[in-house]
Ligand binder design. Structure first.
Ligand code: PLP
Length: 394
């Protein structure tokens, strides 16, 4: 067998993703791509900001000798310093370049952090609904994912987290603004989580690391400011990328940063630099590092995302779909009108609407809409949503 049993099981369990892709391709062929409304992928159709293209042209016009060579595994000092300056400003702490490692996206950063932290059998708490890759990443490094439900409106349920903490808990992954729900966790709740983990450490002697996965940190609406995790939680590591805020998912550029308040921060960073190397990333892409060094204060415009959220939220709730109004990211996570969310997604396909069932995020009974697509596609999809609502007598 060229595929390990475990990997085959993972593939089989997530085969609905492949089936959805195949179904999408089939529908496009029959009805034409303009009549199929694909809300499945978090792959933004917006372009990077003009400052990105300016910087790209400058770099191409003035190539410097050595600019494509290997560098220190942690990345260019200049880029790490630029990231550290931004984190210092946001958190009010003094973050230095030594606490930052440039990575191949947030996905790369998560793998580096988990490999650095986990002993075999260690547990990592993930909150349902969760980003689908967490379980696979935790498994990559010999850990066990422990699923903990979120509370009202998908906010942190601190009592449930407390009940899940144990001697094997090494870390908890929090993701705000969240994929798939779009909710933002308020600073008070993050501070309460910090107090809870401090108490746990006092009792058990084990410091649990909060891994803050925050690629959507700059995509927030209605004047909401996403709290700086470093200012609320001591034992925290940020993992993030420019996949969403600069619309560069294909360039694989992100970073991890350890809080200056983290216990044994220096040892953790040395471990993470080593893991960045031996996971085969070696270092984050050189060109992308040079580009983002000067773009730490830039982001794609947020207003068009908010317009799309508002349009879909207003129209779909008007049709009878029930959902939490998200404060950020570019996802809606409504309740499925029938218990079987996979069946609901199939019925949506019959109306040429492509969605992801909540079961894929550990939350059956819901479905995810990714609205990082063109506004005109969303507008064209509205009659199909009306038909879908009528199919379920909403
Ligand atoms: N974490 C979350 C919550 C995501 O939604 C994504 C991508 O969609 C990632 C991590 C990985 O992003 P990247 O492209 O930076 O690896």
């Amino acid at each position: 067998m060229p595929v390990a049993d475990k990997i085959q099981t993972f593939i089989d369990r997530s085969s609905w993703i492949r089936k959805m892709f195949e179904e999408g391709a089939r529908l496009r062929e029959i009805h034409g791509p303009e009549n199929v409304f694909d809300f499945t992928l978090g792959n933004p159709t917006v372009e990077p900001p003009p400052a990105f293209h300016r910087r790209l042209r400058e770099l191409a016009a003035n190539p410097e000798p050595g600019m494509h060579r290997y560098m220190s595994n942690a990345g260019y000092d200049e880029t790490r310093a630029a990231v550290a300056a931004r984190l210092s400003r946001e958190s009010g702490l003094t973050v230095t370049g030594d606490q930052v490692i440039m990575t191949c996206g947030a996905g790369g950063a998560l793998n580096v952090v988990l490999k650095t932290l986990l002993n075999p059998g260690d547990e990592v708490i993930i909150l349902t609904p969760y980003f689908v890759e967490y379980k696979f990443y935790i498994d990559n490094h010999g850990g066990c994912a422990k699923e903990v439900p979120t509370g009202t409106d998908f906010q942190l349920d601190l009592a449930a987290i407390e009940a899940a903490l144990g001697p094997k808990t090494a870390a908890i992954i929090v993701n705000s603004p969240n994929n798939p729900t779009g909710v933002v966790y308020p600073a008070e709740d993050l501070r309460r989580l910090n107090a809870l983990l401090q108490q746990h450490e006092k009792k058990t002697g084990r410091a649990v690391v909060v891994i803050s996965d925050e690629p959507y940190a700059r995509i927030a609406y209605d004047g909401i400011r996403v709290p700086s995790v470093f200012s609320c939680i001591d034992n925290a590591v940020i993992v993030t990328s420019h996949s969403k805020d600069l619309a560069l998912p294909g360039e694989r550029i992100g970073f991890l940063a350890a809080s200056p308040k983290m216990a044994d921060c220096e040892a953790f960073m040395a471990g993470a630099v080593f893991c960045n190397r031996v996971l085969g990333f070696v270092n984050a892409p050189a060109l992308a590092q040079r580009l983002v060094a000067g773009l730490q204060e830039e982001s794609v415009p947020i207003t068009p995302y908010q317009q799309k959220r508002d349009l879909l939220y207003e129209r779909l709730t008007g049709l009878g779909f029930r959902m939490v109004k998200p404060g950020g990211a570019f996802y809606l996570f409504p309740q499925s009108p029938i218990e079987d969310d996979v069946e609901f997604v199939r019925r949506a396909q019959a109306r040429n609407i492509l969605l992801v069932p909540g079961s894929g995020f550990g939350a059956p009974g819901y479905f995810r809409i990714a609205y990082c697509i063109d506004l005109e596609v969303i507008e064209r999809s509205l009659p199909a949503w009306e038909q879908l609502a009528a199919d379920f007598n909403l």
